[in-house]
Design a protein around this ligand. Sequence first.
Ligand code: DON
Length: 558
Amino acid sequence: MFKTARLVIFFFVSTSLSCVFADQNKVAIASAHPLATAAGFEVIAKGGNVYDAAVAVSAALAVVEPYGSGLGGGAYWLLHREKDNFDVLIDGREKAPLAANMDMYINKSGQVIPKLSLDGALAAAIPGMPAGMVHLSEKYGRLSLAENLAPAIRYANTGFAIGERYLRYLKTRVDVIKQFPSTAAIYLTPDKQVPALYSILRQVDLAKTLMHIAQQGRAGFYEGEIADKLITGINQAGGIWTQADLDAYQIVERKPVVGNYNGIKVTSAPPSSSGGLVLIETLNILQGYDLKTLSDITRKHLIVEAMRRAYHDRSLYLGDTDFIDIPVERLINKDYAAGLRSSIRVDKALPSNLLSGQIENHKEGNNTTHFSIADQEGNRVAATLSINYQFGSAFVAPGTGVLLNDEMDDFDSQPGAINVYGLVGGVANSIAPGKRMLSSMSPTFLETDNKVAVLGTPGGSRIISMVLLATLDFAAGKGPESWVNLPRYHHQFMPDVIEYETAAFSATDLKELEALGHHLKAVQLPYGDMQAVLLNKTTKSLTAASDKRGEGSAQVKP
Ligand code: DON
């Protein structure tokens, strides 16, 4: 629903500044959108804590970045409470509907039906984001849920000016959005065109749905009027949701995975995300090398070889631990990593097909969102939120304003099949009723005696390698501005190729990496939108940085 706006240009200046303050009672917030960061500070100003701010930022992102995350999706919130040194991960990942089955995206001749797990109502899993926000607010916040959702409701009602990033993603999905009148009515002009830059997007139905949640908590989404509209709308469009699915949805509080890399404590997301395990396994492999003494090219080669092996284990072992056993202790065991390290040659890349699996094409999307928050005491939240592909399934259940996820694509529709991020997997991540699909989202804390970093990014399968490069940069003594803007490269076992932003490698690097046996592919667009915060525990200074690739806002304020 659009009104043309002449006046509004204000918020779309990237504020990727880093700010350092040493005063007491400050909070740092880095998020992918200035209005989301502002929502966090709005509830802090009302007396809220970092967890209230996390609810306000999550809800605001659902409104102002509808292409990346939202009530129709899922999220992981990694929390730390300083007073009792308590860490927890709130797993609000979506779950497969109870009527889902392993063959739901397979045709009669046994082939995966293209797009069925990506576009439209059958791609949508049961959302966890509303339940997660309610839980986070009620259990950890100081303010009421209604106070924490107020900025998002206001943004949805009064509207906001859409920016270049929004339009870029909309253009990639406009053809699918046009197929669904309920979606086109919100995001496209009345004649189903892409709106002009800085047009005002109002989402009145979404505001109403948020109001239901504000007033009734979890029941405002998973029961009653909104639930009825979701179920009816989805089933009329070919989906398979029932009230039993919504009743059965529960977030899970999980113990984060913890590793140690050269004295840095690494705390990250456990399964149902692969993020923490793959990150820690890669770091464990790399810990056997003194990276700073190596030549630049050897360092890059070894980092890639470590990524290759850890992503290989991802495809073999990882899935939802509520359904399958994962050898977690083995995967983060340092001797296991030493075994993998012993298979790495300094002078030669190991072709991935000698590890196992098949070579497939890689596709990539770019949505999802991450934010990082910390206060001067050390309380903090790292959260990555997603509806999967840009604009999710592109299906809005009529009358709800809720854009549904297409997270079902993160399952392996068939062992060995690839998903939209080119990831291969096996039975560990096959579809089952009520199961969570494997994620790569990696909200992470890094900690030394006097420093705490809070970080994460969107980017599909590349999330983990981005967080890895940032972790190595932290280990090398660099600050948030450097981590978020590092040139990036990535290897995920299959396809057997290093994908890289052009700034990551010089012409000589490329020649030398090829000589070692690597295959290389430059990515056309920069990728990721990392948001990071650093607390110096000794000086109590906070620094925040927002990836220059995006339109985010990093601020430190009372
Ligand atoms: O959970 C996951 O790993 C994916 N659904 C995340 C998607 C994502 O980050 C898209 N951004 N490029």
